[in-house]
Design a protein around this ligand. Structure first.
Ligand code: KG4
Ligand code: ZN
Length: 346
């Protein structure tokens, strides 16, 4: 990794996972992720509770990561922390902690963009998961289709106009009476059904779209969610929701996947590059992975394992190592930004 510091501690607290990881060169020495169960009670993330829970456990999570790596805080050469986007209170816990540790030890620190972190996740498990590739980043807060000719240089092809893909999974799970987070629950329910019994619309996907049209790469999942809600209301009135729950989950999942795959393939054609990388929590979906792999037919699909797909500190350490190796350093004014812009957009 060139001039990268030998040992990087990565800290992630942007949403409802408190995580820390120790990366030594290319070697992931430890990785601790604590998921906050409190949000299950409310079927969604409650920002204030998330921030308080990070504050309670971050010290212990970092200690556990250092212990697993057989190190002490003083052995860390540089720090990386998610500086945004995310929940501002939650982000501030990680950034404040990391700033204090870095400045106390006189070590460099860099703020990491959470979604750039998701872009680096697969490379921790597969050394071939490096640019050039078309990247589909699908999380609870974002849906981004990017062209990545090299690390640090990104072309944004398309993003969602309303709900993110993961957010749609979470909202539809709630409509169906399934637990939070919704993605894995919907995937499980969908496996118990066959075919595409409810044929929901495929938003932003029509044969008439041409390269250059502003909706050619755009996503929208809010209308699909409403279509599911209406269908569920009908089924409830007919007393058939129990019998049809798995079928609705399956058809919803299929509609989302069809759109994600079709738009990704458009980028593959335009960029004439059959290398695709997926990242973000929705990349944990086995259904999405197999649909993309089948559609790519001979191309390469890079994907993180489910633990590396959802929020974690390892991807933050990896991204920080890249930015530190380029000589980037944050000043003492490093702070969190809920709407931090994606770095390196061309
Ligand atoms: O990246 P992530 O952990 O957090 C954010 O940055 O938002 O993504 C979380 C999202 C949730 O919306 C969750 O429902 C979704 O990832 N997710 C899935 C699956 N596993 C997690 N969505 C679809 N299928 C899955 N198997
Ligand atoms: Zn994420």
């Amino acid at each position: 990794m060139g001039g990268a510091p030998a040992v990087v501690l990565g800290v992630e607290t942007s949403c409802d996972e408190t995580s820390a990881a120790v990366l030594a060169g290319d070697d992931l020495r430890s990785h601790v992720i604590l998921s906050q169960d409190v949000h299950k009670v409310y079927a969604g993330v409650v920002p204030e509770l998330a921030a308080r829970a990070h504050m309670r456990v971050l010290d212990a999570v970092v200690d556990a990561a250092l212990g697993e790596a057989g190190m002490e805080l003083g052995d860390v050469d540089a720090f990386g922390v998610t500086a945004g986007p995310g929940l501002i209170g939650a982000l501030l816990v990680g950034v404040t902690w990391t700033n204090a540790a870095a400045w106390g030890l006189h070590r460099p620190v860099v703020g990491v963009h959470h979604m750039e972190g998701h872009l680096f996740a697969a490379s921790l498990e597969d050394p071939e998961a490096v640019p050039p590739f078309v990247a589909l980043l699908v999380s609870g807060g974002h849906t981004l289709l990017l062209w990545v000719p090299e690390w640090g240089r990104y072309e944004l092809l398309g993003e969602t106009r309303d709900d993110a893909a993961g957010e749609a999974f979470d909202k539809v799970a709630r409509i169906l009476g399934l637990a939070y987070p919704g993605g894995p629950e919907i995937e499980k329910a969908a496996r118990a059904a066959d075919g595409d019994p409810h044929r929901f619309p495929r938003p932003m996907l029509s044969g008439g779209q041409r390269p250059g049209d502003d909706d050619y790469y755009a996503f929208s999942f809010s209308g699909l969610k409403t279509a599911v809600l209406n269908r569920v209301e009908e089924l409830k009135a007919e007393g058939r929701l129990e019998a049809e729950r798995n079928g609705v989950a399956r058809s919803f999942q299929q509609a989302v996947i069809d759109v994600l795959v079709a738009k990704t393939l458009r980028a593959v054609e335009e960029k004439d590059c059959r290398r695709v990388l997926i990242g973000g929590g929705v990349a944990a979906s086995g259904a999405l992975r197999s649909a993309l792999a089948a559609a790519l037919d001979g191309g390469r699909l890079f994907h993180p394992t489910p633990r590396m797909a959802t929020d974690n500190g390892a991807m933050i350490a990896r991204t920080a190592a890249f930015r530190l190796a380029r000589g980037e350093r944050a000043g003492p004014d490093l702070t969190a930004r809920a709407d931090l812009p994606f770095p390196g957009l061309t």
